[in-house]
Design a protein around this ligand. Sequence first.
Ligand code: P6P
Length: 333
Amino acid sequence: MFSKNKTLGEFIIENQTEFQYSTGELSKLINALRLAAKVVNHEVNKAGLVDILGAAGDTNIQGENQQKLDVLANEKFIQTLKNREIVCGIASEEEDDFISINSQDKNHQNKYVVLIDPLDGSSNIDVNVSVGTIFSIYHRVTPVGTPVTLEDFLQPGKNQVAAGYIIYGTSTMLVYTTGHGVNGFTLNPAIGTFYLSHPNMQFPETGKIYSVNEGNYIHFPQGVKDYIKYCQKEEGDRPYTSRYIGSLVSDFHRNMIKGGIYMYPKSSKAQKGKLRLLYECNPMAFLAEQADGKASDGYQRIMEIQPTELHERVPFFCGSKRMVEKAEEFMKS
Ligand code: P6P
């Protein structure tokens, strides 16, 4: 067990030995994300004060209005990662295509690729509801010394070397895994330092919270409708409580602490659901499994899915193991 109040920097150094062939690059990568998180946190926390609210006028590849804070967060994370000269490529929800990174003297020697949703839940920004950043890290699979290709990004989630999120909520936390459990760090804004506040985070095996946008109920598959009615039925430890914030990171974080399930199913309006496999579902699935939870598309393990395109969407069921298994039973029947 890790002692609390250790700083994120101390934690990274102490656990560096766990990274296979550790050359310190992954540590430098996590440190780069730490810096970007503090910069974005500063902007998110003053969003109401300066004229960065409201849509930037553009729309991203998803056809969603780009809020100015989306654009700013995207730029900050990309710039910070570029400056650290550790990654050979970046894919972002806000970028139509992946970005190949090669500083002159490095000649494509960097070995990590990062996929990121720089500001998830951005429709909540203008109403002061918590939002989050989600990141996913892989080793490149094409030869070092060559430009990164799409193949480096279209890897199944089980290949991830690290994943995590920053939640800009009542406090700002960075929660991540490198495959050795999940640890949460809370930012002390007065001194700009993250402290280990939630060591070894784990989903309770079951819970009493279900998170889904019930406004889509009539469009859901019958199995999802039946599971929602199961959650609402007066029987045993039920009815459960419905909690849905509209920010995946916030719903996931609450459910990991209290126990619960988050669902974004497919529907007659969205045949593959809404969430993106590469930079939303895979990183959250890695965290869920490292926290003794479960993540599936209703039928198969999310991290087994072989991606075919950068922004592909998948149905998503994620949280306490027993709750996801029960939902899968309804999906199968
Ligand atoms: P809906 C935010 O846009 C997001 O990707 C997740 O963070 C959130 O859970 C979901 O979409 C909300 O989508 O359709 O319920 O508004």
